[in-house]
Design a protein. Sequence first.
Length: 383
Amino acid sequence: MRGTSPGQSLGKWYITWVIIAGICHKAPRGQILEKSYITWVISAEICHNAIVVQTFLLGFKKDRLPSNEYKIKLCEKYDISELHSKTAYVNIYDDCERSVKDFYTNFITNLGNLKTKCKKNGLKCCRDVNYYLDLVTGIIKASQLDDSDKSKLINKAEIEWEPNVRAQNIYTCERETDLDSIRKRCILQHLYDLKEDENNIFSFSKEYNEYLDKKWEKILSYTNEIPDKIFIKIENNSMGIIEKYGQFLGSSDYICNNNLDELNKEEITFSRDLDSLINSISLDRMSPNGDKHICFNKRYVDMLKYKALNIQKMNNLLFIGVTLLGFSLILIFLYDYTPLGSWLRRCTKKKIEVDENPNEELQELYENSENIGRYITYPSMSH
């Protein structure tokens, strides 16, 4: 019997896992797959392990990230990095405008090729399209144009070219351009992408964090002008996150297994004052059914405990105050309206009378002693 070399064994092992991973990608976990007389029973655990092994063996490539499936197709034949290289050191408006227009023209064509997928998964398509539009704004702002020309080009893109990108006949997609709306879009995009890229993050956490730095660099340059000064709070029945805005987008720690579709933009707030975020934490937002798919970060939990402790202290002081007030009212009631009060008043009155009598007697004695002193004579002594 011929032996197998370590390389052959590794190759067979690799192929086996890749085949299983491919089956898992195409079929729901736990489904029984039949091919001729062979029956495969793929469990959730086997699928997960197979995909993780496949990811590890293939190495980290941003083009293979599940979250980039649409992003790559949207930039075919004109990558976003090419737009950056053509505008980064340009200070002539017409040259920048030409490059941006070329990008939009190619982008619209690629979006048309994704029409079928965007109709089926409009929310993801909208998020990815808006990511690129926000990124284009960041690239224009990073160019060498005068500030007035930057604003002019951004307005031209928003008014003339973007309406074709967000065609309503393909999917419904809005894009508000104020800074808070852009920040909220980035946060939602980040949460969804992390959830899709979970297996890659576990296998290549360092490489993935480096990828995140480059991914958000241009957008952070104009939405986070003063680093570490903007705090975000994400809070609903299954999420509680307080973090610095820039650090949040640069971290792969926030893989939330809850339903992100239930997260509204109104549940994402910003502040430059951390104390105001602490005061706005709602103790009533905790899930009453003990849902295991909750997503809280340490800073939020610490602040939740801090606020609960302060409320408990206030409640204790209030309880002590109310107790003392109630006890005082009871004493007043007993003194004024009960036999015990009458008895106390009589005892008090008698004590006052007893105290007054000795005082009167002492006063009389003092006066008598003065009178007696006036009539005392002393005999004269002869020498």
